[in-house]
Design a protein around this ligand. Structure first.
Ligand code: EPS
Length: 393
């Protein structure tokens, strides 16, 4: 990100998580309830583990905001890990209890998790030193920061929503959802499924996987609506917005593939059925009857909805374990079980919204600029006006 910068810190069972978001303009009203809502939405979902019953994630602002408005300085958040009280002897910053730490030591790496690669990279013999930071717990800090990015985007008229497109193989054959489809997602439903008719079968699948000591993946679609035309760039490879969004969404825990628009179907067909025809009417301006490009052409937003599907592998912590090796004996040993989720897909949608919001807010600040919200909005309105009049001189 060029204008916005997000740094997070904190371990899954340490005292808590910290997020520092810099680059926001001054004068952005900060709606405490909107941040709290996204924190709650991230915790929700059928198939989550016991941890979500322990936590009550609250993002407390520790800097950068005064009297309900951003100051232009970095915004710092603090999210307490309530579970830390059960881990303090193992996770203390200065001294841990060696007996307890040995009990909690992770020494059979989980295939699919960062355990083995992280142990070799940082030369840690207790793989807890790896898992604590690689855990998806960190995503709570990103959701807090993403909520602020959404508040900025709302001033430009941009809305972002998500839902579970398929879980396991249930729903895998359904077409790419549209903005209208995503409106149907009920945040309080067990899995935040886009296709409500599939939800009952999805719940049964989660129950079965849980019984079997197994886990599930699937895909979430995140859509940004009413996006200004011209965010991103086609002139430099690293400024292309499709690449920036893909990178951000790939960083959502366990995501292994990204699809923009209807890319998977389109890439297997002919050019004549892969693109979106261009039309124009004086009343409505530029029109595209389809949106296979997912709102991005040449790495630049074209005014259509940005539609991105993130494919998430099944969670790598299986109760029944996977073939692995014991670090002490170097003999075969099933991977160790750590309390975990059967699936965290509904949460992945909320994290994907946050990541999309951060990238779009960054690109918007790049295009419209300004140190205060007022200044950003003046530039934004001027840009919209010029685009409305184009191509007349
Ligand atoms: C998570 C907290 C973690 C896991 C999950 C996400 O809590 P705990 O490890 O104490 O059960 O539930 O992490 C993973 C799935 C993972 O692979 O690390 C959270 O707050 O989202």
């Amino acid at each position: 990100m060029k204008r916005l910068r997000l740094t997070t810190a904190g371990e899954s069972h340490g005292p808590g998580l910290t997020a520092v978001l810099s680059g926001l303009p001054a004068g952005l009203p900060v709606d405490k309830e909107k941040i709290a809502l996204d924190m709650r939405r991230r915790m929700h979902g059928y198939g989550r583990g016991h941890r979500m019953q322990i936590e009550q994630d609250e993002a407390i602002i520790r800097g950068g905001v005064r009297d309900g408005q951003t100051l232009g300085s970095p915004v710092a958040f603090w999210i307490e890990n309530r579970d830390f009280k059960n881990w303090s002897t193992v996770m203390d910053a200065y001294e841990v209890d060696p007996v307890q730490a040995e009990k909690k030591r992770l020494k059979s790496p989980r295939p699919g998790h960062a355990d083995l690669a992280g142990g070799l990279k940082y030369l840690r013999r207790d793989l807890r030193d790896v898992l604590e930071r690689a855990s998806a717990r960190e995503s709570a800090a990103r959701v807090a920061a993403g909520a602020l990015a959404k508040l900025l985007l709302a001033h430009l008229g941009v809305e972002i929503r998500s839902g579970v497109r398929f879980l396991g193989a249930i729903g895998v054959d359904r077409p790419v959802p549209s903005w209208d489809d995503i409106q149907l997602v009920d945040d309080s439903s067990p899995l935040r499924a886009i296709h409500r008719d599939l939800e009952e079968r999805m719940v049964e699948l989660v129950d079965q996987a849980k019984k079997d000591g197994d886990t599930l993946g699937g895909a979430v679609t995140v859509i940004a609506h009413n996006v200004p035309v011209g965010l991103g760039s086609y002139v430099h490879w690293d400024e292309k917005l499709d690449g920036r969004l893909a990178r951000a969404l790939m960083s959502v825990p366990a995501v292994k593939a990204i699809e923009i628009g209807a890319a998977i179907t389109a890439s297997a067909g002919l050019g004549s059925s892969a693109h979106d025809a261009i039309g124009y009417s004086p009343e409505s301006g530029w029109q595209r009857p389809t949106n296979r490009a997912g709102g991005l052409e040449g790495g630049v937003t074209n005014g259509e909805d940005i539609v991105i599907t993130a494919y998430k592998k099944p969670i790598s912590t299986l109760r029944k374990g996977l073939p692995s090796v014991d670090l002490d004996t170097l003999e075969p040993h099933r991977s160790q079980y750590e309390r975990s989720d059967v699936t965290a897909l509904p949460a992945a949608g909320v994290i994907a919204e946050a990541m999309m919001a951060l990238v779009l807010a960054d690109a918007a600040l790049e295009k419209f600029g300004g140190d205060s919200l007022e200044e950003v909005l003046v530039h934004f309105e001027a840009s919209c006006d010029l685009q409305r009049r184009w191509p007349a001189s």
